[in-house]
Design a protein around this ligand. Structure first.
Ligand code: NAP
Length: 453
């Protein structure tokens, strides 16, 4: 086939952009249309990466370069599954790549989880990053003691934003509404609770170390001993992160002067069993765990020992799951779409022309750069299938847009996003920040100004 080959990518986060790059650099016949639910691109780089980690956001420049490649088009404000279906995409495109991430928080599945002041960390992260879905949530930072469940980097981000002096956040791109609430925060104690031990914590060493370097805040770690299995894990040459984390925890375990400071307290081998309270959460009963199993496969086994922590605010930071895509297979256990090297698979057979990449493919693991190799693998499978895929005549977005507009949905183009981007940066310049995000879709669309034309 010599004509254009149309590929739809669903989602505009890192995995979507890396897939677009791999496709457009591989074959000049390929045309990539990227569909994004929000008017704004970049997924968790915009709405997940913490505002005080601006270096991590610099990757957006790479994504902008990819967006500038010949054959790339952006369709923001177009929710696949709502404004148009996957089946419509499959009819209009030679191939569809799902890169829509993992947006649902995992549940703890314990009594009291629905009490007021118990939140998913993802909600707090979306809120301080100005994601429109979380704009109107409220977080009760009048509470002095906060518990964060989970020992991963999202927990580290939440802890840091709660613990940092607010003046250190003023010149970041944190949402204005969050800054105002954080400025009035009365949070003093932040308990960060892991179900396993210090050697199994999933923080990256830099993120953990940073928690020990916050002005006006002391990081304290519960005393711990490492059993022979943990020592065997730490002796493994591939386990450098754990060694560095344990060193940080050992430093935090040394008695420190706490008076007048905020405290970040790391707790180990504890699992929440019940959250309790009346008007809102007032505390949490936890069971003490022991580690069982071989090195690198140790799990937390509950003992008879319980303890109670009084806390008025709880964040669950125990990972994300992907959302099922209507009409496509879904593995509920892992919250992912089943695949074989990126080819979506149903009952052992590849679903023709449908691919998956990123968190929806491998689960919510890895850093931004992990998505590059992941998307390259998926694109390799797609390119291998091209001779079969490119047989049918397809015309891409042109076939779909009239129907989408008839449904009252106005897609945002790349130029529209650039107008929005410039407006946010101008607002930021006035406020002394890198950008002041628009946090409501209606405001964004007014600035984009593309309407249904
Ligand atoms: P994560 O790294 O998978 O950590 C999840 C934590 O929750 C683990 O400590 C896990 O313990 C615990 N957990 C899971 N289920 C639990 C349960 N039922 N009860 C109690 N604890 C439970 O997930 P994440 O923090 O959400 O991060 C997701 C990904 O984004 C990670 O790859 C992370 O590195 C990345 N990220 C990176 C950055 C950065 O680079 N700065 C920032 C944010 C996120 P077990 O180990 O026992 O399962």
């Amino acid at each position: 086939m010599t004509g254009p080959i149309h590929i739809a990518i669903v989602g505009s986060g890192p995995s979507g952009f890396y897939a677009a790059e791999a496709l457009l650099r591989a074959d000049p016949r390929l045309r990539v249309d990227m569909f994004e639910r929000l008017p704004t691109p970049f997924g968790l780089v915009r709405s997940g990466v913490a505002p005080d980690h601006p270096k991590l956001k610099e990757v957006c420049r790479v994504f902008e370069q990819i967006a500038g490649l010949e054959g790339f088009r952006y369709f923001g404000n177009l929710a696949v599954g709502e404004a148009l279906s996957v089946d419509e995409l499959r009819a209009a495109y030679h191939a569809v790549v799902l890169a829509c991430g993992a947006s649902i928080d995992r549940k703890m599945g314990i009594p009291g989880e629905a009490l007021p002041n118990v939140h998913a960390a993802t909600e707090f992260v979306g809120w301080y990053n100005g994601h429109p879905d979380f704009r109107d949530l409220t977080f009760d930072l009048s509470q002095e003691t906060v518990a964060i469940v989970g020992h991963g980097n999202v927990a580290a981000d939440v802890a840091r934003i709660l613990a940092k002096p607010v003046d250190e956040l003023r010149h970041t791109d944190i949402a204005a509404h969050a800054l105002e609430v954080l400025a009035a925060s009365r949070v003093r104690e932040i308990e960060i609770i892991g179900r396993r031990g210090p050697a199994q914590a999933k923080f990256t060493p830099r993120e953990l170390r940073e928690l020990g370097e916050i002005d006006g805040c002391v990081a304290v770690s519960e005393a711990f001993e490492l059993d022979p299995t943990c020592r065997a894990e730490l002796a493994d040459r591939g386990n450098v992160n754990a060694v560095k984390n344990v060193e940080s925890f050992q430093r935090f375990a040394v008695h420190a002067e706490l008076s007048g400071k905020r405290v970040l307290r790391f707790r180990f081998c504890l699992s929440p069993r019940r959250l309790f309270g009346t008007a809102h959460v007032e505390g949490m009963t936890m069971v003490r765990n022991r580690l069982v199993g071989p090195a690198f496969a140790q799990t937390a086994e509950p003992t008879e020992v319980t303890e109670t922590l009084a806390c008025g605010l709880v964040f669950k930071s125990i990972g994300y799951r992907g959302q099922p895509v209507v009409g496509l297979p879904y593995a509920a256990e892992s919250g992912t779409v089943p695949h074989d090297e990126g080819r979506v698979v149903e009952r052992g057979c590849a679903v023709a022309g449908v691919y998956v990449t990123g968190w929806l493919k491998r689960g919510a693991t890895g850093i931004i750069g992990t998505n590059r190799a992941d998307s390259i693998e998926t694109v390799r499978s797609l390119l291998a299938d091209l001779p079969a895929l490119s047989a049918g005549g397809k015309s891409g977005a042109e076939a779909l847009l009239p129907a989408v507009r008839a449904r009252g949905v106005a897609p945002v183009s790349l130029d529209g996003w650039h107008r929005l981007d410039a407006a946010e940066m101008e607002r930021g310049r006035v406020a002394g920040k890198p950008r002041e995000k628009f946090t409501r879709v209606a405001e964004m669309l007014a600035v984009v100004g593309e309407g249904l034309a």
